[in-house]
Design a protein around this ligand. Structure first.
Ligand code: GDP
Ligand code: GDP
Length: 463
């Protein structure tokens, strides 16, 4: 698992600017799906051949949060708990604020390494005296940087990655087991373009959700008595093990990144799977099981986590857990699912099942749902069909004119699976309105049909 580096600081100090600067070069890796418009708050980053996960903690708060009053502590404790290294950013223009002092006091109490950055220092000499006040915080060392212009950021990053323990290098094309190991039977390489038989191959699942929703209970229920595989893929060995189970001739694999299954024995609080660990475990999964604790209702954080699954583009199944604790006369299954659909519209294609990991109620349905999702996730249709669907859709509802000219569709085809991805060749790709794109996606979904998987659609210029 990569080290997690969290940017903390009050609003407007430049966290997201720094985040963007550091991750810019790796953006393709994390956000290569057009149409993903929501802000990104985490990303893989790399410096001096060392890779880490960078988090903009400010991004976890929505604009209307009463930041100072209530959230600051929570944001911080979460960041401190989840991160391996903290980066505290101060605003060299606005100067020191009382909140900075509070933050500094808070951070002094953690045992994790903290880097102190004074941002917006564009001119080292002129601002030198003005920065004096920051030294009253009592830190040994400040890095003076300008996130906007990149000044000093390299020096800071070099010192930062020097602390990373055996940080694995991001490989250009991730997969390829390399020579050597004669792959065990049933193992597939995880390339984007799976072979023909991938539809029947093992399904990699991830279990994600807030702490205490029941992830480890579920992992034990689903994979309990099964053998463990050691994930010996180079660079990922920190403590990832893989659990495997066969049902009806199909293999399911759970990558146990955060030691979910062993948690009972390991009392270390930091081993709790959390948002960041969830991101990590979703890295190469096909279907994410998003666990929600019904007895607590559907919370904002559940939805945030669901949002990460959507962003990742994998298949998803909602598991409304602890159903045994719910007073059904007060709120029935339909009401729960309706609420979920309203709050997580962006994952409307994900099936939802009410279960109890504790009693085992309905847990037998989970693998069936996963398999259904996976089948669609790997679905491939021939180019003739794709073209017919698009042609029909376009003739039934013409796109609006673009600067007085007609948008022309030449041809379309499916270019990838996992998830199904389609490309339309047109004369002006930029002229396709997002609502028209949504219309076409819906047509593809209805006609193929693909109702349980994410679907992506790109427009390319015909050359
Ligand atoms: P966040 O709320 O901490 O994420 O802060 P942002 O990254 O959104 O930055 C807040 C404002 O500070 C924006 O208007 C940025 O353009 C500006 N800003 C960020 N970094 C720098 C910098 O290095 N120099 C200057 N002059 N402005 C900066
Ligand atoms: P995790 O932090 O998400 O891995 O959650 P755990 O699996 O450790 O579960 C947290 C607590 O919820 C434990 O006390 C479990 O026994 C309990 N729990 C998990 N699933 C259920 C369930 O379906 N029903 C009930 N009543 N309790 C559950």
């Amino acid at each position: 698992m990569k080290a997690v580096v969290a940017l903390v600081g009050r609003p407007n100090v430049g966290k997201s600017t720094l985040f963007n600067r550091i991750t810019k070069s790796r953006q393709a890796l994390v956000d290569d799906m057009p149409g993903v418009t929501r802000d990104r708050h985490y990303a893989d980053a790399q410096w001096d051949d060392k890779a880490f996960t960078l988090v903009d903690t400010g991004g976890f708060l929505s604009a209307d949060d009463d930041y100072f009053a209530s959230q600051i502590k929570e944001q911080l404790s979460r960041a401190v708990e989840e991160a391996d290294i903290l980066v505290f950013i101060l605003d060299g223009r606005a100067g020191l604020s009382p909140y900075d002092r509070d933050l500094a006091d808070f951070l002094r109490r953690t045992e994790k390494p903290v880097f102190y950055l004074i941002n917006k220092v564009e001119s080292l000499h002129r601002q030198e005296e003005e920065l004096g006040e920051f030294y009253t915080l009592g830190m040994d060392r400040f890095y003076k940087v300008s996130a906007e212009h990149g000044l000093g950021v390299g020096d800071f990053l070099s010192d930062l990655v020097a602390l990373l323990p055996n940080a694995p290098v991001i490989e250009e094309s991730g997969e390829s087991g390399e020579s050597g190991e004669s792959g065990e039977s049933g193992e597939s390489d995880e390339s984007d373009e799976p072979g023909e038989d991938d539809v029947d191959g093992p399904i990699r699942i991830a279990i994600i959700g807030r702490p205490n929703v029941g992830k480890s209970s579920l992992a034990n229920r689903l994979f309990g008595e099964q053998r463990m595989l050691v994930d010996d893929k180079a660079g990922t060995t920190r403590d990832a093990i893989e659990l495997s189970v066969k049902r009806n001739g199909r293999e399911f694999i759970l990558k146990d990144t955060a030691g979910i299954r062993r948690k009972g024995k390991v009392t270390n609080k930091l081993e709790k799977i959390s948002i960041l660990k969830a991101l990590d475990s979703m890295e190469d999964c096909d279907v994410a099981l998003i666990v929600i604790d019904c007895s607590e209702g559907i919370t904002d954080q559940d939805i945030t986590i669901a949002g990460y699954a959507e962003k990742r583009g994998c298949g998803a199944v909602f598991l409304l857990n602890k159903w045994d604790l719910v007073d059904k006369s007060e709120k029935g299954q339909q009401a729960f699912i309706k609420e979920l659909r309203r709050k997580a519209r962006f994952l409307s294609f994900a099936p939802a099942v009410t279960i109890s990991a504790k009693t085992g109620q309905s847990c037998h349905k989970i693998f069936d749902e996963v398999e259904k999702v996976y089948t669609e996730y790997c679905h491939r249709i021939n180019t003739g069909m794709v073209n017919r669907i698009i042609e029909d859709a376009v003739s039934r509802e013409e796109p609006s004119l673009h600067q007085g000219r007609r948008l022309k569709f030449f041809y379309a085809s499916q270019v990838a699976v996992k998830p199904p991805c389609f490309v339309c060749f047109v004369n002006y790709p930029d002229a396709v309105h997002f609502s028209y794109k949504r219309y076409l996606v819906n047509q593809l979904r209805q006609m193929i049909p693909l109702t349980l998987t994410p679907v992506t659609l790109y427009f390319r210029e015909k050359t």
